[in-house]
Design a protein around this ligand. Structure first.
Ligand SMILES: Cc1cc2nc3c(=O)[nH]c(=O)nc-3n(C[C@H](O)[C@H](O)[C@H](O)COP(=O)(O)OP(=O)(O)OC[C@H]3O[C@@H](n4cnc5c(N)ncnc54)[C@H](O)[C@@H]3O)c2cc1C
Length: 445
């Protein structure tokens, strides 16, 4: 007798939590679970801003899939296409030949990618904030710009290096800016000739509010806090161009900036369009209340990729966030088990509890079940909540250790930008005739 296969496409929030529950609850030989993910780890995205600010070691915000899913088969590479009709998925490993993976049950959870607009210069100069690699790069880049400014007497160059622009005032943009500005304000005292006032931080937002997840009052409060910290918050403002690092805004202002972070929303992963998945007008995979893909009772979807009806707000869909993703993953795993065991599935229903965001060390904002939280209380809530959600005791302990150390020691202010050029020193040694390192390429993320 062949054991049915549950194929999990994407090992992020939904994929990892669903596989975790399945491996715990499946009986012997009831089914086997294969998880396909680009990377060998799951990224705990709510901790990326703290990783960028150096409060948490970046390695600790990722979860090694092979360790936590020890009873699942883990494959690293790309799923290129999914066929519900044939119950197959085309898989390309990072090296070696492509192959077709058959499945009996499917978890489709490749998440989302940044929604990038066709703005001149954006693709060349911008950087997103969704992966641990981007968080590490941004930290090195920002600290590297302080090194550049502190080492130059060219006023134009200094000003350009010390101008940081964030576009999009949702969770990712506000938290990343809040944490990085806080880190730089702390670090600047070690850079001779630089002052906090020399830096310009911009938060550019097209709508009339920031951080909609915490409600309008707390959004206004956050904007006010940012302005007090010297951050230029521009609402009703759009980025028109970023060619060669020259920023043009639609309110008429123009200036040069070496740092442009794009966090203006996400859209479903493009994989949704390769295959026969039913999509809505926003390219989300259509799910019913049992998290089944419409028209396929053996295939399930959730998270940022999916349009899941929100039963607590009839006619609307669940927003793409971790709060829903984790809970949907659990319901989905239970529904898969129910399907395998010929039992009825249960609908997914969750009332939004609210949200908390960190805005730097000991600074936060939130709204939980209608209660507004601000300052250190919100910050502690953010840390406690996300620490409790972090999978495995091992990861929780490491993060707690990072935070504890940060209480006693000052932050690291070293830019390890050269990590992206590890062979430079050896190439210089091999050439021997050149007495100095070649001028480095400017970092143009
Ligand atoms: C900086 C940041 C901060 C956030 N903070 C919060 C917060 O505080 N609270 C909150 O509720 N939400 C927060 N979110 C949102 C939350 O992280 C997402 O909603 C959640 O990760 C969605 O889960 P998912 O499983 O759908 O996608 P993901 O977690 O993104 O997982 C998708 C996985 O699929 C893999 N994948 C994609 N395509 C393929 C393919 N073709 N083949 C193989 N693998 C593939 C990806 O590599 C990834 O590992 C934050 C997001 C960011 C970026």
């Amino acid at each position: 007798m062949t054991v049915p296969r549950i194929l999990v496409v994407g090992g992020g929030y939904v994929g990892m939590y669903a596989a975790l529950r399945l491996q715990r609850k499946l009986r012997r030989a009831e089914a086997r679970v294969t998880v396909v993910n680009y990377d060998s780890y799951m990224t705990y995205q709510p901790f990326l801003p703290e990783a960028a600010a150096g409060s948490i070691e970046p390695r600790h915000v990722v979860v090694p899939l092979r360790r936590v899913l020890s009873r699942c088969e883990i494959l690293n590479g790309t799923i290129l296409r999914v066929s519900l009709a044939e119950k197959t998925a085309e898989f390309r490993p990072h090296e070696g030949p492509e192959r077709v993976l058959g499945f009996d049950y499917l978890v489709f959870s490749p998440g989302s990618i940044s929604r990038v607009l066709p703005i001149p210069g954006l693709a060349e100069r911008g950087i997103g904030f969704k992966t641990v690699e981007e968080a590490i790069h941004l930290r090195n880049h920002v600290l590297g710009k302080l090194d550049v400014a502190a080492s130059s007497s060219d006023e134009r160059l200094r000003r350009r290096a010390l101008t940081f622009v964030f576009v999009g005032a949702g969770f990712a943009g506000v938290e990343a800016l809040g944490e990085l500005e806080d880190m730089v304000s702390d670090a600047v005292k070690y850079f001779h000739g630089l002052r906090r006032q020399d830096m310009r931080w911009f938060l550019i937002e097209a709508t009339d509010r920031i951080l909609p997840e915490v409600g309008p009052d707390m959004g206004r409060w956050t904007a006010e806090q940012f302005r007090r910290r010297g951050i230029d918050v521009r609402l009703h403002t759009r980025l028109l161009s970023a060619e060669n690092g020259h920023i043009v805004l639609d309110d008429g202002e123009e200036f040069d900036a070496e740092t442009l972070v794009w966090t203006a929303g996400v859209k479903p992963h493009p994989l949704v369009r390769y295959g026969d998945l039913p999509l809505d007008s926003r390219d989300r995979v259509l799910a019913n209340e049992f998290l089944q893909i419409q028209g396929a009772r053996f295939a399930f979807t959730a998270g940022d990729t999916a349009a899941v009806p929100d039963l607590t707000r009839p006619g609307e869909f669940c927003p793409p966030n971790a709060q829903h993703a984790v809970r949907q993953a659990r319901r989905m795993a239970d529904n898969i088990l129910a399907t395998i065991r010929s039992r009825p599935c249960k609908p997914y229903r969750h009332t939004n509890a609210g949200a908390v965001a960190a805005l730097g060390l000991r600074k936060g904002v939130g709204q939980i079940y209608g209660r507004e939280l601000r300052g250190i209380v919100a910050w502690l809530m953010h840390r406690t909540y996300h620490l409790s959600r972090m999978p495995t005791f091992n990861r929780k302990s490491r993060i707690l250790a990072d935070w504890t150390l940060a209480l006693f020691f000052r932050r690291e202010i070293v830019s390890l930008g050269a990590l992206q050029r590890p062979r430079e020193e050896f190439e210089l040694a091999a050439r021997t005739t050149t007495p100095h390192r070649p001028a480095r390429e400017p970092v143009t993320h």
